[in-house]
Each structure stands twice: as C-alpha cells, then as structure tokens.
Design a binder for this molecule. Structure first.
Ligand SMILES: [Zn+2]
Length: 215
C-alpha cells in the first residue's frame, strides 16, 4: 500500500467515529439519536456498526453530516483464541459469518467495496497468533472507548507488534459506543475536499487520516 501524508493534501479535516452501536443491536440509542448526539458534539461523520446487522442510514445524512452504514462481524477463530470482532465500514448488505474464515468474511466485505478493521485486539485477548493470519484489513483498532470499562481500551502494543512482524498497517481510534459513557472520546480526523460517502471512504486505505493523541 502506498500511503499519503494527510497533512500535505489539500482539503479540510472531517471528524468521525467509525465504530458505533445503536438499538438495532445492543446500543441504547436509536440510529437517529446516535447521529444527532455525534452531530451535536461536532462530528462530521459516523459509521453505524451494529453486531451482524446492516442498516440503511442514508436518511441521516445531510450537507454537514454523513452517516455511513457498516457492521461488526463475529467470525469464529480457528487459531484457538476468542472469536474475532471485525468491523466493516461502508457495506450495504449483511454478511453471514457462520463457518467462514475471518479472511473470507473480510473478502465478502471488500466485494461490497467495504473496508475492514479488527476491533479491540487487547480486549479480545488476541496476540500475534490470532492477528498474523488475518489478511484484507487496512487498520487495526488501537484505542476503543467502551473497552475502558474493563481497563482494556488500549491495544497499542498489538498494533506495534503487527508493525514489527507484518506488512505496514494503520491504527484507528474509535468509541465502539453502546451507552452514554462511552461516547466522544475516540475519533479520527480525515482530510478530504468534500464530505461525501465516496470521498470519505476513499480516504481511509491510503491513510488520509490521523487519530488525535487525546485518547
Ligand atoms: Zn463494537
């Protein structure tokens, strides 16, 4: 992958959270409430990633806010660890994960032009044994707000291990919000010239974003 320097690109910064649960799965807020809450906290975009569900969120987008559909998928782990949690950004149809290898699941997401991220490897107890066999993701989650409840928010050491042993991979910070205490703490800043589904999602894989040091 050829990465680009977001600070050297034209455009403006857009703030977004890429991992969000609504009442469609186990979050307490409706999709509309999630979007409104993030919009009021000066976010420009939000990716809805309910567990194994995909919702059409296009009605929540407007000129100044972009809602992106996605899903958190739970393929089983053939390497002995706990099941994987992989969130797919910008997929539009649900993906059946039963009896599928996680790489197959991510490939199906890519067929929908989605992009994948293994979530909270530290919270999952995952090590390189679980992470090295994975292919087809562009970033690994290194900060996850909701995992702070079990003091496992920071997966930075897993990301660092991957950087030492695998091909270059980006890191991403997000909320994984379900409730009201796990919001507005992990986000990314994306550099782009416009706030549209096509342009924002194309910014991810070349690394046209950063995660602020706040978390
Ligand atoms: Zn989640």
């Amino acid at each position: 992958m050829h990465y680009l320097n977001p600070f050297a690109q034209p455009g403006q910064w857009y703030r977004g959270n890429t991992h969000t649960h609504s009442s469609v799965s186990d979050g307490i807020r409706s999709i509309a409430e999630c979007c409104e809450g993030y919009r009021q906290h000066k976010y420009d975009f939000l990716v809805l990633t309910d567990h194994n569900k995909v919702s059409d969120v296009s009605q929540y987008s407007n000129e100044s806010f972009l809602a992106i559909s996605g899903s958190e998928l739970h393929p089983s782990n053939p390497y002995g660890g706990t099941q994987y949690r992989i969130f797919a950004i910008s997929i539009h149809e649900e993906i059946e994960v039963a009896r599928k290898h996680p790489n197959e699941v991510m490939a199906e997401g890519a067929e929908q032009r989605g992009i994948s991220v293994p979530a909270h490897p530290y919270w999952s107890g995952h090590t390189l044994l679980d992470l090295l066999p994975l292919h087809g993701y562009f970033a690994v989650e290194f900060f996850n707000t909701t995992c702070d409840k079990s003091s496992r928010s920071i997966s930075e050491s897993r990301w660092d291990d991957l950087l030492g042993r695998a091909t270059p991979v980006l890191g991403i910070a997000c909320d994984d919000s379900h409730f009201l205490y796990d919001v507005y703490q992990g986000w990314i800043m994306v550099k782009n010239s416009e706030l549209s589904l096509n342009s924002i999602t194309k910014s991810f894989t070349p690394g046209l974003f950063y995660s602020p040091p706040g978390p």
